[in-house]
Design a protein around this ligand. Sequence first.
Ligand code: RUQ
Ligand code: CUA
Length: 656
Amino acid sequence: MKNIFKSAMVILSALLAFTSCNNSSKSGGKSGALAGNVAEKVYVAPGEHDEFYAFISGGFSGQLSVYGLPSGRLFKVIPVFSQDAEKAYGYNEETKPMLNTSHGFVPWDDSHHPDISQTNGVIDGRWVFINGNNTPRIAKIDLSTFETTEIIEVPNSAGNHSSSFVTENTEYVVAGTRFSIPIPQKDMPIKDYKGNFKGALSFISVDPEHGHMDIKFQVIMPGFDYDLAHPGRGASHGWFFFSTYNSEEASTLLEVNASQNDKDFIAAINWKKIEEYVNNGGGKMMPANYAHNVYDEDTHTATSTMKKEVLVVNPSDVPGAVYLLPTPKSPHGCDVDPSGEYIVGNGKLSANLTVHSFTKMLKAIEDNKVAGDAYGIPILNFEDVLAGVVEQPGLGPLHTEFDGKGNAYTTFFISSEVVKWKLGTWEVVDRQPCYYSVGHLMIPGGNSQKPWGKYVVAMNKITKDRYLPTGPEVTQSAQLYDISGEKMELLLDFPTVGEPHYAAGCPADLIKPRSKKLFKLEDNKHPYACKNEADTKVVREGDVVHVYMTTIRSHFSPDNIEGIKVGDKVYFHITNLEQDYDVPHGVSIIGANTSELLIMPGQTETFLWEPKQVGVWPFYCTDFCSALHQEMQGYVRVSSANASTPLKWSLGEDIE
Ligand code: RUQ
Ligand code: CUA
């Protein structure tokens, strides 16, 4: 045991030494001189549009942020897994169901890896998917509205990290578990982990037309940790690759115990084969309990349904569907080049980068050259599947992306740099420092057959000294490099919201023309919608009161309400009658225990108010909507619980 601790300490101090030496380095100061040359390359003049959208995950913020490239300007934070008071997401009655899970209402998550939908291996700009790590979920954001429209919980999963990555025609969005757990969950000693805990890899089908998600099957794998994944493409379409660590199956002190094996694995899954097996009745339905939440654009309302079973597949039952490729030293990133031939395993503790060959893998399978097995899953020989090795490119490789011109770019966390190398010859051709400790990187379209290899965004874990200080918590950050030439060039630092894990990007032209400007009032099927002022009303059902209210510049209808009592539950259902682009109205009332609403043209939203005090209480519009925005206000008269004040509402006349 002592020795184990010692080796851990050596690794740890090496890590710390590198990190701190980078952080104290002042080489970042160079950027001042660079600035003059590069300013032009990132400058997007007022009124002009950026060339690319970048969707950068918010990590522990649970959200997804939308930036423009090359400017690095922030356009929107799309609420996904966390409540957002600014947009009322998770606060209004319509979107609360989006955050429902088998554990009840979960208003937060840790979002990591966005991936944009694809058609024929090319980004199509319809949806972006992102995973919630902590309470395993996959969300879908509609890129015509930039709103989260679906969230599906992933059962039999924990630490949903090797997610969410889409196949070439968005047949599946794939989610792999980081933690292995008892499947089904049960009360058992933790020390019995080995051989008993399992890891589920979930294949969630996506309806090609509507995008509806459904868990088609889960492959129940040995009790390793499944870290990252990417789909095969081109020749390897139909396969999916997952990096694993902790093939030791340790349940404690993993920093030591999961670093024992010289090699862990990349798991290669032939999903086409499993799909066929399942379509022919293979697999087993097992009881499960998970939420499927769908936001309906016509009713402007989300519903949550609890699903009760899931189809599981034991890989041993589908011979030829799953193989393990030995990969040195706790691989993290698992990246597939645009041709689909090369699978890069980024061994965190390895001196070299390992690249596997898909062709060689098929050959080894065909020749039946198997080195052994893990719980019945064949392990191939390292040498048989090896395409090549990038020798000593840096320290602590994490993730690799591709420019579509034969080059790969790998981030190195410990040596804090992006290294450019050539596919096929494996030679390093350039390296650029990051400030500091880079995690993921993103080239627009990098996870597809057709990357737009003009820029790479590096997402860094540490930024000390790069920005004005803001107390102990300093901003998270991304850096933009021009990669159009032989050498990379650092262009820009820009702050991010939350911790930027992965990102996905594509040309703005793929999304811009489809972006919605408003919701048509006539299409509004919200059960409490009110489509004109004449129909506005207030309805009492016991101590529940429904206010059917409308907004238009610059008044609410009604704006005077009487007959509300202390102890009532008052639902304000507010329809924004505007049919103009960019004219939302907001609303809230004193003491409401929820956020404001921000209602888009043609939309209906609801907030609950439970008045606790007698009086006449004002409400007002919270979004500056016109020159008379400040006049957009009203009053609610609240009487005591046993009062007999009649229910009345009005606009433009005094209540009698
Ligand atoms: S990973 S820690 Cu995407 Cu490098 Cu999550
Ligand atoms: Cu409506 Cu301000």
